[in-house]
Design a protein around this ligand. Sequence first.
Ligand SMILES: Nc1ncnc2c1ncn2[C@@H]1O[C@H](COP(=O)(O)OP(=O)(O)OP(=O)(O)O)[C@@H](O)[C@H]1O
Length: 293
Amino acid sequence: MTVPALEADALGKRFGRRAWALRDCSFRLPAARVCAVVGSNGAGKSTLLALAAGLLAPTEGTVRVLGAHPAAARPRVGFVAQDKPLYPQLTVAETLRMGADLNPGRWDADTAHRAVAGGDLDPGRRIRALSGGQRTRVALALALGKRPELLLLDEPMADLDPLARHELMGLLMGEAAAHGTTVVMSSHVVAELEDSCDHLLLIGGGQVRLSGEIDDLLAAHTRVTAPAGADLAPHEVVESRTTGRQLSAVIRPSGPLSDDWRTHTPSLEELVLSYLRNPTAPAPAPEILEAAV
Ligand SMILES: Nc1ncnc2c1ncn2[C@@H]1O[C@H](COP(=O)(O)OP(=O)(O)OP(=O)(O)O)[C@@H](O)[C@H]1O
């Protein structure tokens, strides 16, 4: 059995006396996957990524990163936080030199320069003078240049223009495929994730609602169009809406489906939206979806 890239067991985080930001999260992410972390605002995605990066300590439970404690794994992990912290007084070139100095023996200058070069950035420009998207480029360059085994990216594409998004996503996926890097990436743009990600972690209300290979998750669900009033039992219903004479539903079939229904496999976006719109929808049994690690 290979070591999972990320493994959480009853992981929980509470900030002071506030409500739990994350509670009772258990999942395993196999190595060399590209994993999308999705969920509503405040669901706990950034908290989960910061716990994995070793920047926060769990209140309860454990998280293992590349088989080790997050602090011990840090040299093998690249992390780009949502606010892309960089040193504002350094230039772009100085920032990349710092990346090289901090990662002796493993710094991939070529990849780091490619990430920056696409943005036509003046290497002598100070970080504080860069736009949000330009800063994202430099932060991604630093993370990729480290040649990490695990890349944790918190909404990495949020402030990039569509061309930059496409180009940097291509660079990211190319690097991940070439080096077997595991990528864990939170995003709100679910439609963009379907082509690049093979694993999904859906967080809702601080808990893991779905976790597994995207192909398995999609195959376990069916989008149904049926006459209004159709009886969906005994199938498990994630979402059901009636408009006029038509009922639309996302179900997890248990047994044959009625011949009267039109059915298709949902897209990733349809699946995610159906769970987000229905916070009380039952989660699939773990044995159906648990990825073979
Ligand atoms: N440092 C903190 N102190 C107190 N509460 C916090 C802190 N960081 C996060 N929280 C709370 O924890 C919960 C989860 O926040 P988190 O930032 O992890 O959500 P998220 O899924 O990343 O949201 P978004 O999509 O808006 O970025 C929220 O209720 C938030 O208010």
